[in-house]
Design a protein around this ligand. Structure first.
Ligand code: UD1
Length: 338
């Protein structure tokens, strides 16, 4: 079957994807992570919900030499799933260079490795943030990209362009670019979820931490031009995101792609406001959240949700979990952490 490299495999989406790959495929799975924003505990947690072994390699992907020396030991690599990146919109606004350096040099190095080893199947983690404040909703893959609202979003726009030019130079190279909307929640067993390495910036971990008294939720803006004034996002369960990666790597390896670059929106298609997300959490947990309304957050887009027709038809993927499932699983995980 060969090996599939998963960069950022100890991270939030990476670890959940390893679970799905171990359960639903026969590839040898090699996780590559240097724990710069993740915990080795994630590997222990993966083992609690899977039975198949996997390999782990500690590499800083920004260090080209180290990457080549450690990954060259694997001689049967058939594909690479590249998650490793920093992902906080507000952190990127305060520290843009960190984001450009980390997200784009790691991508360049892993592509160089793919080139030298003739590995031609590549999955790239992109983001709906590439659309910026789009002129139409829901966004389709054809919706023109507007100005990036944050350096994080810009690193993803640049990443997609790097891949575009790389593909032009290498006709055998095939890639699936997945534009994630807002991955949230935890594995349905509640045994693994996102590890809070630093104070979280994302809504759902802040909601669950607020519920246990470890954080204080502020809704960033209730004066947007939306149905209740708060921002609208397309929340998607992390295990649905993970499942799409199994389908995407099989799609490429089995040569079912029609184009060299297959670009898919990965969202449920449901626009949910921040206040609606809070209500869903309160419903499934039975806990009334003590939150306040604050100022708008720099870098936020107002509203974005997916037209997911293409990923459904081409990749035969469909979201299984509802917003309530997302909130309940996140809540279970928060309780497991405490
Ligand atoms: C962004 C990207 C998403 C990417 C994610 C990674 C966009 C549209 N989406 O998500 O593709 O996966 O980064 O981190 O850019 N909020 C509050 N209070 C809080 C925290 C968040 O009100 O304490 C609000 C935000 O203003 C936003 C929503 O909750 O409206 C979601 O925020 P967050 O979870 O941080 O994700 P995005 O920044 O939307």
């Amino acid at each position: 079957m060969g090996s599939v490299i998963v960069t950022g495999g100890a991270g939030y989406i990476g670890s959940h994807t390893i679970i799905e790959l171990l359960n639903k495929s026969n590839y040898r799975i090699v996780s590559v992570d240097n724990f710069s924003n993740s915990s080795p505990l994630a590997y222990e947690k993966i083992k609690t919900v899977t039975s198949r072994p996997f390999e782990t390699v500690d590499v800083d992907l920004c260090n080209e030499k180290e990457l080549f020396s450690k990954l060259s030991l694997f001689t049967d690599i058939v594909g690479i799933i590249h998650f490793a990146a920093f992902k906080s919109v507000p952190d990127s606004v305060t520290n843009p260079i960190l984001y450009y350096q980390n997200n784009n040099s790691s991508l360049q190095n892993i592509l160089k490795f793919a080139q030298e080893k003739a590995i031609d199947n590549f999955i790239f983690s992109s983001s709906c943030s590439v659309y910026g404040n789009a002129d139409e909703l829901p966004v389709t893959e054809q919706t023109p990209l507007k100005r990036a609202e944050s350096p994080y979003a810009h690193t993803k726009q640049i990443g997609e362009e790097i891949i575009g030019f790389f593909c032009e130079a290498r006709p055998n190279f095939k890639t699936v670019v997945l534009r994630y909307f807002n991955p949230v929640g935890a594995h349905i067993t509640g045994k693994i979820g996102e590890f809070p390495i630093t104070k979280p910036n994302n809504l759902v971990p802040i909601i669950t931490q607020t519920a246990v008294g470890k954080n204080a939720l502020t809704v960033f803006g209730n004066d947007y031009d939306t149905r209740d004034g708060s921002c609208i996002r397309d929340y998607i369960h992390v295990s649905d995101v993970a499942d799409a990666h199994v389908k995407a790597i099989n799609f490429l390896i089995e040569g079912r792609n029609r184009k060299q670059i297959s670009l898919f929106n990965l969202g449920t298609g449901n626009g949910v406001s921040v206040l609606e997300a809070i209500k869903s959490f309160e419903k499934v947990s039975g806990i009334k959240l003590n939150y306040k309304i604050g100022a708008r957050r720099p870098g936020d887009v107002i509203a974005v949700y997916a037209d997911n027709t293409l990923v459904k038809t081409e990749l035969k993927w469909q979201a299984e979990y509802t917003l309530d499932d997302m909130m309940l699983s996140a809540w279970k995980w928060q309780q497991a952490l405490d």
